[in-house]
Write a protein that binds this ligand. Structure first.
Ligand SMILES: [Zn+2]
Length: 478
């Protein structure tokens, strides 16, 4: 068999190239481009358009990296969004500002979440007022074309194929590609993407893959065929704590933390982690494993809105979660959960906890302690040794979350040094990412195709370790 040259695959009259505008060497800023050269014409498909975070947000001189889109876009035919984490969609406003007018494909749940997730960024990063934000979001809504899971959809590559769109059957031709989303089990609406090329080869972009056995969302199932697989490797070197034991671990930490009073702060992504935590806390309360009088404070307006979408898309929940619903349980909407909306109310609670150290559990964004309301809690409560911080998610290099995880004795918030006397706990069972075993299960579940693999979205040593594992199992890396 002829081995295709690196980064391009020859076919009869076309060739594909893979470019990474972000998210190849780091874990943030995901933005990949599949370019199809068809009879001398280049057509590009962009997969995700994410924001750089933590150390990825700085250039090699330590300056803030520019967010402007610096790669050409005139040949792009579509943007595909795998899911709504900001490191996958955060640069979308900059893409539009550059003049991108093509369709944005994603699943229906992702379509609902995109404007919610971007609104914050438009306010904080671009300083847009409410009216300006509404106009940008309206533009994005118009370009978004939701496609349900498991349905092939045609992406025309040339204007001629548009006329074929409604009448011809869904077979590949050199004038269009086929696109299909499949559940990735990462967060609500998340998908991996199958792209069928004119020669029937299938390129799969994993997006972010969820771990197996999480209680809220179903596990990802491998694609049947992949000739080229672009796979994330965030935890390509780790095996997570089992999901079965994580509620128990959470219970142990909560019990120990409450003995000396003080707040338990859980920094959490507004989408995914917050809902998983609420789900487990409801479970602990239902089984009387934690004191039902402890206030659970959900202090994140965005997380509140996202949680409503999780409740709306119950049909995408796992079997276990659906059984709870049928037993009249409300896994994401229970009595003890107090939601905080206004900034005034938020500051009142921060100040009250600072002076009283009352026991409570606070769930607030952002998940890596890089902005958001959690910052005020940390500033006020990190110096108090009765405070407990539970880091339940990935903490990128250069974030405050990573500093806390590394047990730094002093951290900087708002240019102020803050002493860390609080207890810091790390729980890996809450990861929304597949671990090495889950990733290998996904790869090895693929039955057909050339199965060449490109590993992306991992820190250098992690990516390299995962590549070695793939090589020892005879996968060809590109
Ligand atoms: Zn993600």
């Amino acid at each position: 068999m002829l081995t295709p040259p690196k980064n391009s695959t020859q076919a009869t009259n076309f060739e594909i190239t893979l470019k990474h505008h972000g998210g190849k060497l780091g874990v943030t800023g995901s933005c990949h481009e599949l370019t199809i050269n068809n009879n001398g014409n280049n057509h590009g498909i962009l997969i995700d358009c994410g924001l750089f975070q933590g150390k990825d947000a700085k250039d090699k001189h330590g300056n803030e990296r520019k967010l402007d889109i610096e790669f050409p876009i005139s040949h792009l035919k579509a943007l595909i969004l795998t899911h709504t984490h900001i490191d996958h969609i955060g640069r979308l406003p900059w893409l539009l500002a550059k003049g991108f007018k093509q369709p944005i494909y994603c699943t229906p749940a992702t379509a609902e979440l995109v404007p919610l997730m971007l609104d914050d960024g438009l306010k904080l990063q671009l300083g847009l007022n409410k009216g300006q934000r509404a106009r940008v979001l309206e533009l994005i809504r118009k370009q978004i074309k939701p496609i349900p899971y498991n349905q092939w959809h045609r992406i025309p590559l040339s204007s001629i194929s548009r006329s074929l769109r409604s009448s011809s059957p869904l077979k590949t031709s050199s004038s269009y590609l086929l696109l299909r989303f499949q559940p990735a089990g990462h967060i609500l609406g998340s998908a991996y993407v199958e792209i069928k090329l004119p020669n029937n080869d299938i390129v799969v972009f994993s997006g972010d893959l969820g771990p197996s056995n999480t209680p809220l969302l179903p596990d990802p199932i491998s694609p049947k065929r992949a000739d080229l697989l672009i796979i994330e490797s965030t935890y390509g070197n780790k095996i997570h704590d089992s999901v079965e034991t994580r509620a128990k671990r959470l219970q142990d930490i909560i019990e120990r933390s409450l003995e000396d009073g003080g707040a338990i702060i859980i920094p959490a992504f507004s989408v995914g982690r917050t809902q998983e935590l609420l789900f487990d806390i409801e479970h602990l309360i239902h089984h009387n494993n934690i004191d039902s009088k402890i206030p659970i404070i959900l202090d994140s307006p965005l997380a509140n809105k996202v949680t409503k979408q999780y409740r709306r898309f119950k049909k995408l929940w796992s079997k276990e979660a659906k059984i709870k619903l049928s037993n009249q349980r409300h896994p994401l909407n229970f009595e003890q959960c107090i939601t905080i909306e206004s900034h005034k109310e938020h500051m009142q609670i921060v100040n009250r906890l600072k002076s009283t150290a009352e026991p409570c559990i606070i769930v607030a964004a952002s998940g890596m302690c890089a902005g958001g309301r959690v910052m005020n809690y940390l500033e006020a409560l990190l110096p108090d040794k009765r405070t407990d911080i539970i880091l339940a998610g990935y903490q990128a290099h250069g974030t405050l979350g990573r500093d806390l995880q590394n047990k730094k004795e002093t951290v900087w918030i708002d240019n102020q040094p803050i002493d860390v006397n609080a207890q810091i706990h790390t729980m890996s069972g809450y990861s929304a990412h597949a671990d090495q075993a889950d990733l290998m299960k996904f790869v090895e579940g693929i039955e057909e195709g050339k199965k060449e693999v490109v590993v992306v979205h991992g820190e250098d040593n992690v990516r390299e370790e995962f590549e070695r594992v793939l090589e020892t199992r005879n996968y060809m890396l590109r």
